[in-house]
Ligand binder design. Structure first.
Ligand code: ADP
Length: 285
């Protein structure tokens, strides 16, 4: 058997366990990658797994407005139609409004009922399961363990007031480790940041400030919001209209598309553009 005694990786692991503070495991992995003891893919996956401990599910969940769900009095027929239209196999069920998700219904439970002669007579309540409700601040790692232990694949994230803030599935968590997983029914996910040909970027209003920092090196921070759209709304103190431009930290942020409720997309240019055709310009450092 090959003797690993002298390998830098094993030495680093020994060092890690003997002097933990001086040699955090992230550094051990980076060193091992550099030395060729670990393939880059393996190193990347290990780094991502480690990050799951400190990252929260609210960073990756599907936001509340995008949850496909049904009211508890919906018919079996309506559930079947929603499953077909959305392509999702688990549909949360609410009482009164989205803040009260009381159950989840699964396509596999609906199918056998639909084959019965009087399927429409079966009340939805007979086929529902209690939902897995979790705080949006839960760590992604702990969410993964919950999915595993409770044998469930979908959870509803709640904000601090107990309202629904999002939805997360096992697939969303696994994607954080191995990258995009698409099945044959998943609609293509819109790109959050698109590089434009004539310099600059087209960015979704939902892009996380964290992503802007990592991908574009644009550092915007806020104690209250996490997305670019939220940031610009906070800055303006209202929902900016399409065409409005903000000069922030040497970049020009032009609202490409917004409606009365949210900012859908923003054009970002690396240098301030002339404001001649953009009278609504705000400044911020
Ligand atoms: P499915 O294949 O049934 O859609 P997955 O767990 O594979 O379920 O999830 C695929 C993607 O669809 C994930 O990003 C997840 O957040 C999203 N998703 C799953 N169920 C719903 C739903 N009811 N409403 C909105 N998005 C959902």
């Amino acid at each position: 058997m090959e003797n690993h005694g002298d390998s830098n990786l094993w030495k680093s692991i020994r060092d890690f366990f003997t002097s933990r503070d001086e040699n955090p495991i992230e550094d051990v992995i980076k060193e091992a990658e550099k030395d060729g003891d670990l393939g880059q893919d393996v190193g990347r996956i290990l780094q991502k797994v480690l990050s799951l401990e400190t990252r929260q599910i609210k960073e990756i969940m599907l936001p509340r407005p995008d949850i496909v769900c049904l009211e508890e009095n919906a018919s079996i027929q309506e559930v079947a139609e929603t499953i077909i239209e959305s392509g999702h196999s688990r549909i949360p069920v609410y009482r009164d409004n989205k803040d009260q998700i009381i159950a989840v219904v699964h396509a596999k439970e609906i199918l056998p009922v639909l084959l019965k002669p009087h399927s429409t007579a079966t009340p939805l309540t007979e086929l529902m399961h209690p939902p897995l409700l979790v705080p949006e601040t839960k760590s992604i790692k702990s969410m993964l363990l919950d999915f595993q232990m409770k044998k469930m694949h979908l959870a509803i994230a709640l904000d601090e007031y107990g309202g629904t803030s999002g939805l997360i599935t096992l697939e969303d968590v696994l994607e954080e480790i191995v990258g995009e997983i698409e099945d044959e029914y998943d609609p293509p996910k819109p790109r959050e940041i698109t590089v434009l040909e004539d310099e600059g970027w087209l960015v979704s209003g939902r892009a996380l400030l964290e992503e802007l920092k990592h991908q574009l090196d644009i550092e915007l921070s806020s104690d209250f919001v996490e997305t670019l759209g939220g940031y610009l709304i906070e800055l303006a103190g209202r929902i900016p209209a399409t065409g409005e431009t903000f000069q922030i930290k040497g970049y020009s942020f032009q609202i490409k598309e917004a409606d009365v409720k949210q900012i859908h997309s923003v054009l970002i240019f690396p240098a301030p553009r002339t404001t001649d055709d953009n009278p609504d310009t705000a400044q911020s450092d």
